[in-house]
Structures are given as structure tokens and as C-alpha cells.
Design a protein around this ligand. Structure first.
Ligand code: PLP
Length: 369
């Protein structure tokens, strides 16, 4: 059965327009569009409260969130940052943009996250930080990673772009490490259209982050460091505030839809899935095929029915030879990247559509097996 309208891998979770309008009216009335205005401050406060955090620094996007997090830690140029090859390009480009050297450590084949057991072998006298990613909202082994960092005097920046709403040991996963950077991009569970957030428990780092995002100005408007413009606008905060009111519903809906996909697909030996830890937010539905050709066959079968899944993450970022020509090989990540695809998952996707998509994937994968 061909879907009449294309089904994409995701669609933004959006509050009713009237709820956004109520906030936008405040912007129009105040005339304040940006510069850490009242809605940005309210969004920071309300998101922090929702997450159980004391504060948050809202920024223009999740990529700048990682860059500012790295910059705030004050590492010398060329410092080595141990990171994962199984991520979106933004994690890698943020490290390079900050003049730091990525050192790739392979992933755990089950969780798809940076493998903590391989970190220590990659530490050198130049290593200053570890930058893991909570892949698909599945939390890293934060206790082990943070313990390794403490033992070796390293900083930890978590790329928490996928990790809104993720909890570990009963608290927000953003509380782990020295700094966590998340994304409020349109495709994320909570969206401000474009946007990002940074959490650092240390008040000095928090202050530095606020200065970095605002041209290097401190509260007294003195330039105290080299900064940039990474401010979130009032319009983005308005969208975020309206969407935040629905975030609990978005999370429970994702869990229900993830569970339906998993029930339908897990009966096949031709497919494998991410091993999820407690606290995962189920923001994506990744499925792993036995081979790249099996994946391509399923992708083609879906496209014939007007369904557009997404090869995510692909390729493994250590293989981007133009920007990391001498990067370490990472066999597990490279193999996974060739065989993994995210299936459509979003609020308005119907149960019938999920059943139909799962049927197409099953038929194709079993045929290819
Ligand atoms: C793992 C990861 N890190 C960082 C980012 C960058 O976030 P943004 O698009 O808000 O810049 C993304 C975006 O999709 C991501 O998936």
C-alpha cells in the first residue's frame, strides 16, 4: 500500500499555534527580540525546572552548545579530545572548530555509545577531555566515564543533543560530566526551531558560558574574553515555551510508538536493535540490518511506498577523510554505520502507519536474509 503523502523520518513536535501566539504577543508588546530577553530567561528557568537542574544557558543551536562547552573549559590548542566515531558530524566539527584534536575510540556494539573499556588505552599526555554522545537518547555509562576522567584529571563534555528527558540514577543525565550540551533543533523532542542548551554545575563555568555566547561581555558590559554571538532569540524561546508544556506527552507517546515498532520487528532474526539503558527517551527508532545491501533493499522498498527512513548516523565520522585524514579506524562503528537506519517516529505518525512500515521492513529483511 503506497502512502498518499510522503512519510519522513521525523516531523517536529509542535504545540497548537494559539499557544505560541500567546507568547509571541508578549514579544510584540515588549519589542524585545533578543539579547537574553524575558522569554529566553523564562525558557531557561522552566526547562531547568522541568529537568530538575538549577540553571541552563540557552544558545542558538546544539553545535554552538558543544563549541562553547569546550571553549569554557579552557584547553590549550591542539589538546586531544577522546570522542566517539558514531555520531552526527556536528560533534566532530565542534571539536575541530575549537582547534582541538579528536581521538576516536570505538563504540560498544550493543549500546552504540563510546565504549568506556577502550578509553584508558587512548589517553596520552596531550589528552584533556572526553566527549561522549548519548546516542539516540540512550544514556552512556556515565558513572564509569566520569570515574575514568577523575582518575586521569580529564574534563568530560557530554554531547546530549538527543538526551532531553533522559534520567540516570534518578536525575537528569545533563548533570553528569563537567558540561552537557543539548539541542532544541526542530527534529528533537523539545524544539525551539533552532536552539541549544548548556548545563554546567560549576558557577564559574556557567558564567563563562554566558560571556562566551554574548560577545565576551560580562554582566557589567566589560569585555572579559573573546566571545561570539550564540544567543537564542525571543521568538525561538516563545516556540520552546509553548512546546515545553507538551513535553511529557511527547515522551510517553514516543515510548508507546517505540514499543509497538519493537514488538512488531523483534520477531525477526534478520534485524538487531540498540540495547537501551534505563532512562532512555526513545527519541529515535534505529534498526540494524545484517548487511548494507539488506539495508539498501529495505530503504528502496520503503521509498516505493512513499516512506523515507534515514541512514543515521552514516558514515562513521572518523571516515571523513577531508577533515580527519589521519583518524583512527573504528571497525565496530564503521560496520554499524553501514547497516543502521532510523525508521519514521514522530507524534502524528499513526499506529496503522507503524504497522505498515514494520511490515515492509520485515518482508524485505527476511527476503534478504
Ligand atoms: C549527536 C548530535 N550532536 C550535535 C548535534 C547538533 O545540534 P544542532 O543541529 O542543534 O546544531 C546534533 C544534531 O542533530 C546531533 O545529532
Amino acid at each position: 500500500m503506497k502512502f498518499e503523502k510522503p512519510i519522513y523520518v521525523t516531523m517536529p513536535s509542535l504545540a497548537p499555534l494559539s499557544e505560541v501566539d500567546a507568547y509571541l504577543e508578549q514579544v510584540w508588546k515588549s519589542g524585545i527580540m533578543t539579547h537574553n530577553g524575558p522569554l529566553v530567561r523564562r525558557f531557561e528557568r522552566d526547562f531547568a525546572t522541568w529537568s530538575g537542574l538549577p540553571h541552563l544557558v540557552a544558545v542558538a543551536n546544539g553545535t554552538l552548545a558543544i563549541q562553547l562547552a569546550l571553549r569554557a573549559l579552557g584547553m590549550p590548542p591542539g589538546s586531544e579530545v577522546i570522542t566517539t566515531p558514531f555520531t552526527f558530524i556536528a560533534t566532530l566539527s565542534a571539536i575541530l572548530y575549537e582547534g582541538l584534536k579528536p581521538v576516536f575510540v570505538d563504540i560498544d556494539p550493543k549500546t552504540f555509545n563510546l565504549d568506556p573499556a577502550k578509553i584508558e588505552a587512548a589517553i596520552t599526555p596531550k589528552t584533556r577531555a572526553i566527549l561522549p554522545v548519548h546516542v539516540f537518547g540512550n544514556p552512556c555509562d556515565v558513572d564509569t566515564i566520569d570515574a575514568i576522567a577523575r582518575k586521569h584529571g580529564l574534563k568530560v563534555v557530554y554531547d546530549a543533543a538527543h538526551a532531553v528527558g533522559v534520567k540516570v540514577n534518578g536525575k537528569s543525565v545533563l548533570e553528569y560530566g563537567d558540561v552537557s550540551a543539548t539541542s532544541f533543533h526542530a527534529t528533537k523532542l523539545l524544539n525551539t526551531s533552532e536552539g541549544g542548551g548548556i548545563y554546567a554545575a560549576d558557577e564559574r563555568i556557567d558564567r563563562t558560558l554566558r560571556e562566551l555566547r554574548f560577545f565576551g561581555y560580562d554582566d557589567a558590559k566589560s569585555v572579559v574574553r573573546v566571545g561570539t554571538n550564540a544567543k537564542m532569540t525571543e521568538v525561538n524561546a516563545a516556540i520552546g515555551l509553548a512546546n515545553l508544556a507538551h513535553l511529557d506527552d511527547v515522551l510517553s507517546d514516543r515510548l508507546a510508538k517505540y514499543t509497538l515498532y519493537a514488538d512488531l520487528l523483534s520477531r525477526s532474526d534478520a534485524l538487531a536493535f540498540q540495547k537501551r539503558s534505563d532512562g532512555c527517551n526513545h527519541s529515535y527508532f534505529p534498526v540494524v540490518f545484517r548487511s548494507e545491501s539488506a539495508l539498501l533493499k529495505a530503504d528502496e522498498a520503503l521509498r516505493r511506498e512513499n516512506v523515507f527512513a534515514r541512514r543515521y548516523f552514516w558514515p562513521s565520522v572518523n571516515t571523513y577523510r577531508t577533515i580527519v585524514p589521519d583518524a583512527e579506524r573504528c571497525a565496530i562503528s564503521e560496520s554499524l554505520a553501514e547497516r543502521i537506519m532510523c525508521l519514521p517516529l514522530y507524534g502524528k505518525l499513526s499506529e496503522d502507519a507503524i504497522r505498515a512500515i514494520a511490515g515492509i521492513v520485515l518482508e524485505s529483511a527476511e527476503g534478504a536474509a
